[in-house]
Design a protein around this ligand. Structure first.
Ligand SMILES: Nc1ncnc2c1ncn2[C@@H]1O[C@H](COP(=O)(O)OP(=O)(O)OP(=O)(O)O)[C@@H](O)[C@H]1O
Ligand SMILES: [Mg+2]
Length: 277
């Protein structure tokens, strides 16, 4: 096994992680890629470890795959002596290692070596790695090998949640998994916090904006009081977001809901990317 050695400037790696499915991991990571490229004019490499390849569908087109280019299963081989990977240039500033459903084979294998291969391949086989500002990794729900491999090589992670009654247990599960990774395998890993996503409606209450539905408001208050200072943003369930992200475009409308969407998504991205001195 090769230990990563690098003299080039290496991009910051952000992964999204959540034990719970369908909370907006792929949507928020796609929006983050668009924010970095469109608003900040910086360059991103996306790794699509999601079993159903949502990022690839969003940026490359539904079920459009280029077999002559690399896919994520190429990131789980011994990199020694292998050719450089071939990334898919989906936008001038957004490049992608395509998703592939065969990633499920990586998740079902029992091999401790497997989980370090992603980092080794990123360090050895990505062309022009120093030209990227960020590497963003989308992961499937749960804690399979692909998620562990992402946690081992990441600088930062964040976790979207919805206002479901199981959300607090999901955060507790996340904290439990991260502890040994940070202690033993990747001490530099920093959990940036939570994105509260898909909120049905926010209304003004005593100077704050809170979920309109009282059951959601209760979960929101429980989360924000238990996890003070780690809420990176609150994003409503908005057609404008779904429409933009699934076509790989930054939010374009000028109606009130689109403007609110831009504000909510931008605030989340700024808070996530902010690095404290
Ligand atoms: N803020 C939002 N507004 C509108 N639709 C959203 C929003 N966030 C997510 N969605 C929609 O919710 C669904 C689930 O989102 P997404 O695929 O991003 O979740 P996920 O956590 O990646 O799911 P999985 O665990 O299956 O990978 C998708 O149809 C997506 O378009
Ligand atoms: Mg997903």
């Amino acid at each position: 096994m090769t230990t990563p050695t690098s003299t080039v400037t290496f991009p910051k790696i952000y992964s999204v992680m959540s034990p719970k499915g369908g909370v907006g991991k792929s949507t928020s990571l796609s929006a983050l890629a668009l924010y970095i490229s469109e608003v900040r004019n910086q360059k991103v490499l996306l790794l699509d470890l999601d079993n159903i390849a949502t990022l690839t569908n969003n940026f490359q087109g539904d079920k459009v795959r280029h077999p002559e280019l690399s896919n994520v299963t190429d990131l789980y081989v011994d990199p020694d002596g292998k050719d450089m990977l071939k990334v898919s240039v989906v936008r001038p500033n957004i490049h992608l290692i395509q998703g592939d459903s065969k990633i499920h084979e990586i998740n079902s294998k029992n091999s401790i070596e497997l989980i370090s291969l992603l980092e080794d391949n990123l360090h050895q086989r990505i062309p022009d790695i120093s030209t990227y500002d960020y590497i963003l990794i989308d992961t499937p729900a749960g804690v399979g090998n692909s998620v562990l491999s992402a946690l081992i090589c990441s600088d930062y992670i964040y976790s979207p949640i919805d206002l479901d009654t199981n959300s607090i247990s999901a955060i507790d599960e996340l904290t439990r998994v991260l502890k040994p990774i940070k202690r033993r395998m990747n001490p530099k890993l920093a959990w940036k916090g939570l994105l509260i996503n898909r909120v049905a409606k926010l209304v003004p209450v005593l100077g704050a904006r809170l979920p309109e539905a009282l059951n959601h408001r209760k979960i929101y208050t429980d989360i924000t009081s238990k996890y003070t200072d780690v809420v990176l943003g609150v994003i409503c369930n908005r057609n404008a977001i779904q429409r933009a992200v699934t076509s790989g475009q930054w939010i374009a409308g000028r109606d009130q809901s689109s403007l609110d969407a831009i504000r909510e998504v931008s605030t989340f991205c700024e808070n996530l990317l902010e690095t404290k001195a």
